[in-house]
Design a protein around this ligand. Sequence first.
Ligand code: GLN
Length: 523
Amino acid sequence: MDTAALETQLGDVDVSRWWNAERCHRALVDGEITAEQWTRLALTWAQEDELGTFLFLDAEGALAQATQLDRQRAGGETLGPLAGMTLALKDNICTLGATTSCGSRILEGYLPPFDATVVERLRRAGAVIVGKTNMDEFAMGSSNENSAYGNVHNPWNRDRAPGGSSGGSAVATAAGMVSCSLGSDTGGSVRQPGAFCGVTAVKPTYGRVSRYGLVAFASSLDQIGPFARSARDAANVLQVIAGDDPRDATCSSRPVDDYVGACGQPVKGMRVGLLRTGDGDEPGVKVAMGNAVAALKELGCDVVDVELPHAKYGVSVYYLVATAEASSNLARFDGMRYGLRVTGEDLTDTYNSTRARGFGPEVQRRIMLGTYALSAGYYDAYYMKAQKVRTLMAQDFEKAFVDCDVVLSPTSPTTAFKLGERTRDPLSMYLADVYTLPASLAGLPAVSVPCGFDDEGLPVGMQMVAPAFEESRLFTLAHAYEQVTEWNQRHPDVASAGKTTAGKASAGKATAGKATAGKGGAA
Ligand code: GLN
């Protein structure tokens, strides 16, 4: 069906790409729109995208899922909580029948023989998975520029980075191609691109969401988390994906709280601990944070000052722990079992040639750093020391939570930087993570919420961190804040960022999928 036919079918339904998941769900349940129509729209928006967002579009799978939903509705069956939600997945989350490249040449065209646990749960809840999104190779990066498949552009300004490593997922939601998306956050990779693109982004407590089927980067830090255009949409997604999984030994068996119900709970009297930060924040970030604090006070929150004395070691500790774990995790990509094989003169040569050709420069740099930090003579000096400081960082939070219920800071010291600006200086790139790393190292839940724009019209995000398994608190506060501000309702001008207008599917024809990895674009 072409877009004109779809438009005729939709008649007077005032459908918009900015409908949030709740709105689509209602439209579907009320029969205003069918799942197939909504899915075709999402696929069109994704196909017209010029921001480099998707690596793979699964038109066939998405439409099959939509048709099934329409059949269920016609048969009078109750629809799942996510029915009507179109969703994009970061390309390090395994999907049966859809390529999973991790943004790397070494896994180009790799087709996992199974769905990740989160994917199984999403499908069961009625979400329609549209495709797989671009990312920094193996989730290593803060700008998406480490992808082997090209840059992703920030929808607010195409010359800017979308953040990383889940840049594609952040953009898919921020530019209204899908209702929600999933990323993975090891040191900030959901929160920081969420802040750069102006969407709500959640990093759950370590162990809250199963990592089964998430290609491992740093196993003691990795967590899957949602991007959405409202706290409640994010809560809906987390509600479905969180919870015990016998296939992941680090996944907690604690019952999952009512996150959706937490949106709408009172915040009066909540103690917000404002993190004392250095002078490194950009002026636009400082102004937005000041206004956000004022809004929280207005809501009845008590704002107190808190300190995390060891947070300054976050970057050093993280880049030792994460690289060490990555060097071990990535040993499995040796040309034998997955993806690329470059046959050499002998076995060792095959390993070396495969890894030299398959891994990009940042991944190689990190494998070398991590191997060094773990080597016999240096283990105590680096890895062990880093683990000890990590414990001190967790204790900092414990002390802070005596005085407050959530810790507040900017998500990132800057707004979206220019593409290319930091690629030659890895250290400056690593410093983009100063605010997100402490919560990662302590295993705590955190959310980034849009809280304003700088002078150049780029979004600013604020980060809220809660004690372990207190995600509900974050949803309560984020939702309350969204009710009194309108930052999450501002949308980028996708007509100039991409080609599509924000209305019906009338802007231009869908072109063949732009997605490049694996089998190629949508049918
Ligand atoms: N930017 C950080 C890094 O490069 C965090 C990445 C992540 O959270 N996956 O490692």
